[in-house]
Design a protein around this ligand. Structure first.
Ligand SMILES: NC(=O)c1ccc[n+]([C@@H]2O[C@H](COP(=O)([O-])OP(=O)(O)OC[C@H]3O[C@@H](n4cnc5c(N)ncnc54)[C@H](OP(=O)(O)O)[C@@H]3O)[C@@H](O)[C@H]2O)c1
Length: 443
């Protein structure tokens, strides 16, 4: 493997054809009967299998309280309505890749608070390790409530999982606490028995190719970086719109809201990638340090300043296209009928550093909006109007660089061109790059 491939590989950025397969390991998923596993984790593993990126020495052991068997677990994950055929994200379904992966899915019932259950887990992992020759590498994936993270860490440690050959890594999902204090407590609980270099706090947004491309785009294209500052950029906008409403996730969402569910994690990660200074390398620590520097420069508003810079909202009842009523947020199952949890928020941030002083950064996100789409718009300052004073052009538009993150994946540059004809008229036009066209993407 070349150095470049290894460096990109260190945060999952690989180009077609040079990606190495994953290391041998047994992946032990806690919360394997839940939504995250079937909707995101198994489809992600399936994508790796389709791209030939899963090691031959890899298997999954799912664990949760539900009394499933390996056979019923595989059936659930394979089902048309609640399994891979519903949740995969590729253009076509690869039956052979799925068959290979599903033959590597195993299940064992586990009560997170029952110490004796972890001895069973150890036996099962040891059996699979021998069967798949995984070299003792174990990836623990906590696809379950953060309230269980500390208990899982303690009980895994008590059962001796930290010992033995091979690496042991723990992946924890968001939400990582609900405020600074609870995040610190959670950190302490996890690090009480495990080492920092074994813990992977995941923001799955950073796994999106289009998000990883923010760094590649910025730092591999010399023509944009000189413009990437207060002298040329008028404003930056981050929009994360969801068409779906809260649906069946009212219980979770009512304790969260869009600020915690979207802004302080996914949107701040994108903000940091887009606005941070160039790191000294693509190594994880170098990127983390620059992201932290950027976030430290975000102005913290006083309580009085907040209403001038942020608004919060909540969707009410509306109509489906057939005239039936769609319930409003407060009518949703498991949502407090007097809830003030926000389903929409929009705000203006300032980054008080040399590069971005005075450039407003707008964030908007919400559920039950008119469209689904995540995009970042970098709006440049307008060209001087003066030259056009004796022409039909009464107003110049701004140039905009738009990063389409999802569902459309691509980059668009908007500018103005002369309308053919004897008069000097302008029209907005664009240059587009689409992942699907450029990389023959299968998803
Ligand atoms: N779903 C998503 O899209 C998504 C995205 C990002 C992050 N997350 C986070 O990932 C975690 C899991 O989310 P999810 O949507 O998969 O939740 P879920 O559908 O409620 O699943 C929770 C899982 O935890 C297991 N579990 C074990 N002990 C439990 C206990 N004492 N109480 C409740 N459940 C217990 C459940 O299985 P048994 O009942 O069989 O034990 C189930 O497998 C949450 O923290 C969520 O915020 C979810």
């Amino acid at each position: 493997m070349t150095d470049t491939a290894r460096i990109f590989g260190s945060f999952g950025m690989q180009s077609q054809g040079i990606s190495p397969p994953s290391a041998p390991c047994i992946m032990l998923i806690f919360g394997a009967s839940g939504d995250l596993t079937k909707r995101l984790l198994v489809p992600a593993l399936y994508n790796l299998a389709c791209d030939g990126l899963l090691s031959d020495n890899f298997a999954v052991l799912g664990a949760a309280r539900r009394p499933l068997t390996t056979e019923t677990f595989r059936e659930h994950m394979s089902s048309d309505d609640q399994g891979i055929r519903k949740f995969h994200t590729r253009k076509t379904f690869d039956e052979a890749a799925w068959n290979t992966l599903s033959s590597r899915l195993h299940y064992v019932p586990n009560k997170p608070d029952d110490v004796a259950d972890y001895n069973v887990l150890r036996e099962q992992v040891a059996r699979l390790d021998a069967q798949y020759q995984a070299g003792g590498n174990i990836l623990f994936y906590f696809a379950t409530s953060p309230s269980l993270f500390g208990m899982l860490c303690d009980n895994l440690h008590l059962a001796g999982f930290k010992e033995g050959p091979g690496w042991k890594r723990i992946i924890v999902e968001k939400p990582f606490g609900s405020d600074l204090e609870s995040a610190r407590r959670l950190n302490e609980a996890i690090l009480a028995k495990w080492d920092e270099n074994q813990i992977y706090r995941v923001d799955h947004y950073l796994g999106k190719e289009t998000v990883q491309n923010l760094l590649a785009f910025r730092f591999s294209n010399g023509m944009f970086e000189p413009l990437w500052n207060k002298n040329f950029v008028d404003n930056i906008q981050f929009n994360v719109c969801e068409e779906v409403d809260v649906g069946m996730r009212g219980g979770y969402y009512d304790n969260s809201g869009v600020l915690r569910d979207m802004m302080q994690n996914h949107m701040f990660q994108m903000l940091a990638y887009l606005c941070m200074e160039p790191p000294s390398s693509f190594k994880a620590d170098a990127i983390r340090n620059e992201k932290a520097n950027l976030l430290n420069s975000v102005r913290i508003y006083t309580e009085e300043e907040v209403p001038d810079n942020f608004v919060r909202g909540q969707y009410g009842p509306s109509f489906n296209s057939d005239g039936t009523v769609k319930p409003g947020y407060r009518d949703t199952a498991e949502v407090n009928p007097q809830s003030n949890t926000e389903t929409f928020a929009a705000g203006k941030l300032h980054i008080d550093n040399w590069r971005w002083e005075g450039v407003p950064i707008y964030l908007r996100s919400g559920k039950a909006l008119w469209k689904r789409g995540t995009e970042i718009v970098v709006e440049f300052k307008k060209a001087p109007q003066a030259l056009f004073r004796d022409t039909p052009v009464d107003k110049l538009a701004s140039n905009r660089l738009v990063f389409h993150i999802q569902p459309h994946q691509g980059i668009e540059l908007l500018f103005q061109a002369k309308v053919p004809g004897p008069l000097l008229g302008l029209q907005n036009v664009d240059m587009r790059f689409s992942y699907g066209d450029a990389f023959n993407a299968s998803r």
